[in-house]
Design a protein around this ligand. Structure first.
Ligand code: NAP
Length: 284
C-alpha cells in the first residue's frame, strides 16, 4: 500500500508547525504517511477540496483564511460535526469513501491544554477573553455555559457585537458578557479567575503585553494563545507575579492530537508530538 497523504491547507502555510508534530506522530505509531503543506489562495479552495479524494488525501487541517469557507463548502458537499456546525468554522477534515466530514478541534484542544498545562478547571469560574477573532470564538463557544460567565473585549467593538449576535443564543442569560470599553474591560478582568489572550500581540518579540502588568491580580491564571515563541511578555509578567501562565503551544498540540485521532482512530502519541513541536519552535 502506498503512503497515506495528510496535510494542512491555508494561505500562507510555510510557517506551520503542524508537519513537524503530525509526521512525528505517524512515525511513532507506525502509519506510513506524509503530511504536506497546501498553500491555496481563497479563490482556489473549493476546487482543492473538491479534488481531495482524487488526490488521495486522507485528512486535512484547515487554517487561516479558510476555516469559514471550508465549513460553507462542507455544508453543501459533505457533512459537519456539531462543534464545527455551531461554531461556523472547520479546522479538520476527514476524507473517506463516503466523502468529506468537517470538525473543529480548536475549542477541545484549548480545553484539554487548559486542564493539562495550566491545571485550570473553568467550570463555575469567571473567564475573561481578550480579542474576538476566530480563536476567541472557538474558545468561547466550546467553554459555553461551563464557566459562571465569560467576558470578551476587542479593540474593534464591532467584532464583540458580532460574536454576541452569532453565539449569544447558545448562552444562558448573562453568561456571555461584552466589555464595551477599556473601563468595562478593566472591571471584568478584575473579577476574573482566568485571562485568555486571543489577540496576536506577543507574536513579535517587540510587542508590548496585551494587558498592563498592574492589571494582573493575585489568583489570576493566564493562558496566552500565542505559541510561536517559548515566552511572551504577558507570560513573563504573570510569572514574575507568581501567577500560573502558559503560552498556546499546548492548544496547538492538543488540537493536532485530536485531529490525528479523528483521522486514524488511534490514540495520538502526545509526548512525541509535544517534543517535535518544541524542537520546531526552537529552530525558528
Ligand atoms: P484574529 O482573528 O485576527 O483575532 C484577533 C482579534 O484581536 C482581532 O479582532 C484584533 O482586532 C483583536 N485585537 C488586537 N489587539 C488587541 C488588543 N490590544 N486588545 C483587544 N483586542 C485586540 O486572530 P485569531 O486567528 O483569533 O488568532 C489570535 C491569536 O491566537 C494569534 O496569536 C494566533 O496565533 C493565536 N492562535 C493560537 C492557536 C493555538 O493553537 N495556540 C490557535 C489559533 C490562534 P483587529 O483585527 O482590529 O486588530
Amino acid at each position: 500500500m502506498s503512503a497515506l497523504i495528510y496535510g494542512i491547507v491555508g494561505h500562507p502555510v510555510a510557517h506551520s508547525l503542524s508537519p513537524a508534530m503530525q509526521n512525528a506522530a505517524f512515525k511513532e505509531v507506525g502509519i506510513e504517511a506524509g503530511y504536506r503543506l497546501y498553500d491555496i489562495e481563497p479563490t482556489g479552495l473549493e476546487a482543492f477540496l473538491g479534488g481531495a479524494r482524487i488526490a488521495a488525501i486522507s485528512g486535512l487541517n484547515v487554517t487561516i483564511p479558510h476555516k469559514i469557507k471550508a465549513k460553507e463548502y462542507l455544508e453543501r458537499h459533505g457533512t459537519l460535526d456539531g462543534t464545527a456546525q455551531r461554531l461556523g468554522a472547520v479546522n479538520t477534515i476527514k476524507v473517506t469513501e463516503d466523502g468529506l466530514c468537517g470538525f473543529n478541534t480548536d475549542g477541545p484542544g484549548f480545553y484539554r491544554s487548559l486542564i493539562e498545562d495550566l491545571g485550570f478547571e473553568p467550570e463555575g469560574k469567571q473567564v475573561f477573553v481578550l480579542g474576538a477573532g476566530g480563536a476567541a470564538k472557538a474558545i468561547v463557544m466550546y467553554l459555553g455555559n461551563g464557566p459562571e460567565n465569560i467576558s470578551v473585549f476587542d479593540i474593534d467593538n464591532a467584532k464583540t457585537q458580532d460574536l454576541k449576535k452569532h453565539y449569544g443564543k447558545y448562552f444562558d442569560d448573562k453568561r456571555l458578557r461584552i466589555a464595551g470599553d477599556k473601563l468595562e474591560m478593566i472591571d471584568a478582568l478584575d473579577s476574573s479567575d482566568l485571562l485568555v489572550n486571543a489577540t496576536p500581540l506577543g507574536m513579535s518579540e517587540a510587542d508590548p503585553s496585551p494587558v498592563d502588568k498592574e492589571l494582573l491580580h493575585p489568583g489570576l491564571a493566564v493562558y496566552d494563545l500565542v505559541y510561536n515563541r517559548p515566552y511572551t511578555r504577558l507570560v513573563k509578567d504573570a510569572n514574575s507575579l507568581k501567577l500560573h501562565a502558559v503560552t498556546g503551544l499546548g492548544m496547538l498540540l492538543y488540537q493536532g492530537a485530536i485531529a490525528f485521532e479523528i483521522w486514524t482512530g488511534q490514540k495520538a502519541p502526545v509526548g512525541v508530538m509535544k517534543k517535535a513541536l518544541k524542537e520546531a519552535v526552537k529552530e525558528r
